[in-house]
Structures are given as structure tokens and as C-alpha cells.
Ligand binder design. Structure first.
Ligand SMILES: NC(=O)c1ccc[n+]([C@@H]2O[C@H](COP(=O)([O-])OP(=O)(O)OC[C@H]3O[C@@H](n4cnc5c(N)ncnc54)[C@H](O)[C@@H]3O)[C@@H](O)[C@H]2O)c1
Ligand SMILES: N[C@@H](CCC=O)C(=O)O
Length: 538
């Protein structure tokens, strides 16, 4: 295999499903996957597929809830702890495996994902309710995470800081993996985020117990199959499905859990952050906590913006995957001079979005489950009190029994209203009127989150002003505020949106590393320096 360097990294490109060949191929993959609905999938602990001790649960198709995607294991607390123990056993060797060897496992895994791409999309379309493009983008992001972190691990292995020489001593700093930990992921990027959160620690020599969200366990079990196929050493990656408390919380609390990597809601993230801070008597490290939480993102449209383009991008940002993205534009803050015109354009486009079964590639599919329906419909009722309903506002009627909600737009919402402040995580956006540019940026910043934002203007001076003042981790000018690409738009937010980690960025792997400084004084008459040592087993 040729040497792979960071320079070789490229984002995977999405399939064009308006091409009938791709559309047909995706439909065929969906039919194949559907013929496998209802099968049982096991835990994957220490390189073995095993049954759970605490029963089983089913994953359902949100587009048609009479369909069972698969049957999954509920691990007991003891099994979860056993997985953690096996991960520590595997760490003994894995921490010293060379970065190149580790990266080779990952490059092979990325190639398997490429080979199974349409099948993986098909499972995701069925289990999460994504349309074809959203599913394909998720699978591509998973490939990107795997390869980007593999390249990054190679770069980090090349050495850290250039240090000064001190009177004949040689100084070197390098990174060491930190140990075995737990990755707890959400259902909304059920492959990309699950894969990214599993691969990042592994790429730099750690071992992982990964728990998928209960709504999308099939997407996690695919990674177990892939790592089994590429021969990743036993115990490096463990896949444990089961209860939030039984598996997730108990693992977070365990004194041997070295890191907790969490992506999910603010409430659960804060709860786990507290757990991470509690030190057990027999714990000899501070737990490393990585939290990537929610958002209440705004698209700000200034008076000189291209309104057609802004309206198109708002629709994508607010209603892509039914608004179930932490990055979604759930607020539109519009300058008073263009407010009415923009609102009319967005309303018209929102009303035109067709809702239906994801297997037929409707632009808008279902939301994830009944709990989500209840929460979103509750916010829609609140919105009716707080603003003027101009589009949607009801359950969408379709041929299937699924969790469908109409794309919904509220106008004339006060900046402090609940629907302007709280994360809804569904197909709902709220228009807020601003007096001028500064007022718009103040409103955009006036929430507890700081994840993404979009700003529309043609004026370079205004753009420069927004670049500095709009307080979000990911800011986009003249485009939608969703769809960050690995390695291009490192992703993660400020304020209550998380611990400032940037998934798919250069800093991310350092959350799973500890830096070590070494000083070597050459022994009398011996000629060597620290560059002669690479600190890894081949
Ligand atoms: N910042 C980001 O990068 C990012 C990315 C995706 C999603 N999100 C956020 O995730 C949320 C949606 O995902 P969700 O509904 O799956 O979130 P969630 O917080 O309900 O669940 C996330 C994960 O935590 C587990 N969990 C729940 N309770 C737990 C507990 N007490 N102990 C341990 N684990 C527990 C769940 O099973 C799931 O695997 C939204 O708030 C969204 O903004 C953030
Ligand atoms: N990284 C994704 C969002 C992940 C959270 O849901 C985006 O940029 O849209």
C-alpha cells in the first residue's frame, strides 16, 4: 500500500440520486435490506458476537411503525462492565501498536464502508427515516471520519512540538493514548457520529465500549461487522446495546472508565458531566469528558441579502432530515426591511415540501419516534400561542403509519419566546424580526447554545462584522447552517453546545491523548538522540 499522508485526504462525494442509475441501485439495496428485516443482532464483546443477559428489544421503521428493522440485545450491567474490562485488556497491546498499523485497519474499514455504501444507506433510510441524499451524506461522513482520523493519527505520531535543546540534553514531547472508555452516541447521525466517536479514540491507541442510541442499533451493529471483517484485534472495539441506565450510565460511572465521549442532548450531557466529575476511591485518574450537545441555531438575513438564495438555504437548514440536526436552523432572524418578503418565500417553499415514506425518497420523512412526535407537537401548540402559524402545524397525512409532521413555520415570534429559545429538534422554525444588523446579531447570540449559524449579506464589511460577532462554533456565510464536512468544517459548538471539541478537526484526537515530555541526556561516549526512538511496537 502506498504511504498515505494527510495531503491525500479528500471528502467522499455524494451520489446524485437524480441520476436514474443511482436511484435504481439505491431502491434495489433497500429491497434487499427489507428482505432481511426482523433478524436478530448480537453484542460484540472482545471479538465475539454474544447474546445479552437482560433480554432483547426491537428497532422499528419510523416511516412505517408496523415494520421491525431488527431484534437487539439488552446487555446487563455485568456484561457492560465485562466489555470495559476486555477493552482494558486489549489496551495492553493496542496502545503500543504502531500508528501505521492502526491506520491500516482503519483504511481497510473505510474501504468496506465504500463497498457496502448502498446497503448502509438502505439500513439508515429504513431505521432512521433519512431520504437517500441525507443517508448517503451520513455514510460519506463516516468514511471521512475513519480516514481523516487515521491520517491525523499518523500526523500526530510524526511528533509534537519542536522543543529547545537544553545544554546537551535532547527534549521530545509526544502523545500517549489514555486507556479504555465509553462512547455514547445519538440516533440522528446514526452511522457517521457512531463511527466517528468509535474510531477517534481507537485511531490513537485507545479502546472503546460503544453504545448506540436505542432507536438506531442496526447502524451500530454494522460497524461491529466491519471491524470483524477487517480483523481489528479483539477488545479494541466493543459494541454494547441496552438500557440508557443499565449500560450507558453504569459505564459512565464505572471507576475504570477513562473517558466518556458523549454526543446527545443537553440534559443527558450535563448529567454525565456531573457523573464524570465524581471520583471513586479506587480511581487513579480524572475522567476525560467530551460533550457535544444541542443547538438553537439562527439564520440571520440582512437587508442586502440575496433573498431567493437565503430562502432556499433556510429550507435546507431548517427542514433537512426533518430538522433533526443539532445544527438545524430553528430560528430565522430577518432584518425588518426584508422580513415580509423573505417570510413569504420561505413559507411558500415549506408548504411545497412533500412528506412521506423514506424508502420512496420523499424530501421530508418521519421524525424518529413517538416521544419526538409528542415533544414537537407540544412545541407547535406553544408556538401557536407565541407566534403566527404560516405553514404546517399538523401531523402529516401519508399512506403509511409513521411519525410524520408537516414542515412548520411560525412568524412574528418574540426573541425570548420558548420556541425561540428551546431546542425543538423537529421540522419547526421561527421567524424573528430585527431592527438592524446589530440587533439581528444580538438576537442570534441571545440563546444559551452556540453551535451553528448562517449569515446572509453581500457586503464584505458586514460579513467581516458577523464573522467576529456571531458567537457560534460553526458559522456559514450565504449558505445553510447544516452539513459540515470532516476536515473542512471541524464541527462543534460554544456555550451550552458542548466542551468545544471539534469533531473532524485537528484538535479532536487530543481529547483521547495525554502529552508526555521526555528529556534524554546521552550517556558518556554514546551517540544517540530521541529521534532514534519511535515508542511503538511494530
Ligand atoms: N453537538 C453535536 O455534535 C450533536 C450531534 C448530534 C446530536 N446532538 C444532540 O443530540 C440530541 C438528540 O439525540 P438523542 O435524542 O439521542 O439524545 P439523548 O441525550 O437522549 O441520547 C443520546 C445518547 O445518550 C444515551 N443516554 C440517554 N440517557 C442516558 C443516561 N442517563 N446515561 C447514559 N446514556 C444515556 C442514549 O441512549 C443515546 O445513546 C439533540 O439535543 C442534538 O442537538 C448533538
Ligand atoms: N455535523 C452535522 C450536525 C450533527 C448534529 O446533528 C451538521 O453539520 O449538520
Amino acid at each position: 500500500m502506498p504511504d498515505r499522508t494527510l495531503k491525500e485526504y479528500k471528502n467522499e462525494t455524494y451520489l446524485d440520486f437524480s441520476d436514474p442509475t443511482n436511484d435504481k441501485a439505491q431502491k434495489k439495496a433497500i429491497e434487499e435490506v427489507r428482505s432481511n428485516f426482523g433478524k436478530e443482532y448480537d453484542l460484540y464483546i472482545n471479538g465475539e458476537f454474544v447474546k445479552g443477559d437482560a433480554g432483547t428489544f426491537e428497532s422499528k421503521n419510523p416511516s412505517n411503525i408496523s415494520e421491525t428493522i431488527g431484534v437487539f440485545q439488552s446487555a446487563s450491567k455485568e456484561q457492560a462492565f465485562n466489555a470495559l474490562g476486555k477493552a482494558w485488556d486489549a489496551f495492553e497491546d493496542w496502545q503500543y501498536v504502531s500508528a501505521k498499523k492502526r491506520a491500516d485497519f482503519l483504511f481497510k474499514a473505510a474501504d468496506v464502508v465504500r463497498r457496502r455504501r448502498l446497503e448502509i444507506n438502505a439500513w439508515m433510510i429504513s431505521e432512521a427515516g433519512k431520504n437517500y441524499l441525507e443517508a448517503d451524506a451520513d455514510t460519506c461522513e463516516a468514511i471521512d471520519f475513519i480516514e481523516y482520523y487515521a491520517y491525523e493519527a499518523l500526523r500526530i505520531d510524526d511528533g509534537m512540538d519542536v522543543l529547545s535543546e537544553t545544554w546537551g540534553d535532547h527534549n521530545k514531547s509526544f502523545y500517549m493514548p489514555i486507556g479504555a472508555g465509553v462512547s455514547i452516541s445519538p440516533w440522528n447521525f446514526p452511522f457517521a457520529i457512531f463511527v466517528g466517536m468509535s474510531v477517534a479514540p481507537i485511531a490513537v491507541g485507545n479502546t472503546v465500549v460503544a453504545k448506540p442510541a436505542p432507536d438506531t442499533p442496526r447502524m451500530g451493529s454494522l460497524l461491529a461487522e466491519i471491524f470483524e471483517e477487517v480483523g481489528l484485534p479483539a477488545g479494541v472495539f466493543n459494541f454494547v446495546t441496552g438500557g440508557d441506565i443499565e449500560v450507558g450510565e453504569n459505564l459512565a460511572k464505572h471507576p475504570d472508565t477513562r473517558f466518556i465521549s458523549f454526543t446527545g442532548s443537553r440534559a443527558v450531557g450535563l448529567h454525565l458531566n456531573k457523573i464524570a466529575a465524581e471520583t471513586h476511591e479506587d480511581q487513579n485518574f480524572l475522567k476525560r469528558m467530551v460533550c457535544e450537545l444541542g443547538g438553537k441555531n439562527a439564520t440571520v438575513v440582512d437587508e442586502d441579502a440575496d433573498l431567493n438564495s437565503a430562502a432556499t438555504e433556510i429550507i435546507k437548514g431548517a427542514f433537512g432530515f426533518q430538522g433533526q440536526k443539532c445544527s438545524a436552523s430553528s430560528r430565522v432572524v430577518a432584518h425588518q426591511a426584508i422580513y415580509d418578503e423573505l417570510l413569504e418565500k420561505v413559507t411558500e417553499k415549506a408548504k411545497a415540501l412533500e412528506v412521506g415514506n423514506s424508502k420512496e425518497n420523499y424530501i421530508s420523512g418521519p421524525v424518529i419516534n413517538q416521544k419526538a412526535v409528542d415533544k414537537i407537537m407540544k412545541y407547535i401548540e406553544i408556538g401557536k400561542e407565541e407566534g403566527r402559524l404560516v405553514a404546517g402545524g399538523k401531523r402529516a397525512e401519508t399512506e403509511n403509519e409513521g411519525y410524520y409532521i408537516e414542515p412548520t413555520v411560525f412568524a412574528d415570534v418574540d426573541e425570548n419566546a420558548r420556541i425561540a429559545q428551546e431546542e425543538i429538534f423537529g421540522p419547526v422554525t421561527a421567524f424573528i424580526k430585527a431592527k438592524d444588523t446589530e440587533d439581528a446579531l444580538r438576537i442570534a447570540n441571545g440563546v444559551e447554545y452556540g453551535l451553528t449559524g448562517a449569515y446572509f449579506s453581500k457586503d464584505p464589511k458586514k460579513i467581516d462584522n458577523a464573522l467576529r460577532k456571531f458567537r457560534v462554533g460553526n458559522l456559514y456565510i450565504n449558505r445553510k447552517c447544516t452539513g459540515a464536512l470532516v476536515g473542512a468544517q471541524p464541527f462543534g459548538g460554544f456555550k451550552m453546545s458542548g466542551t468545544d471539541a471539534k469533531a473532524g478537526g485537528r484538535d479532536y484526537l487530543k481529547y483521547f491523548l495525554e502529552p508526555k515530555s521526555a528529556t534524554l541526556r546521552p550517556a558518556e561516549g554514546v551517540d544517540y538522540d530521541l529521534e532514534d526512538f519511535d515508542f511503538a511496537n511494530e
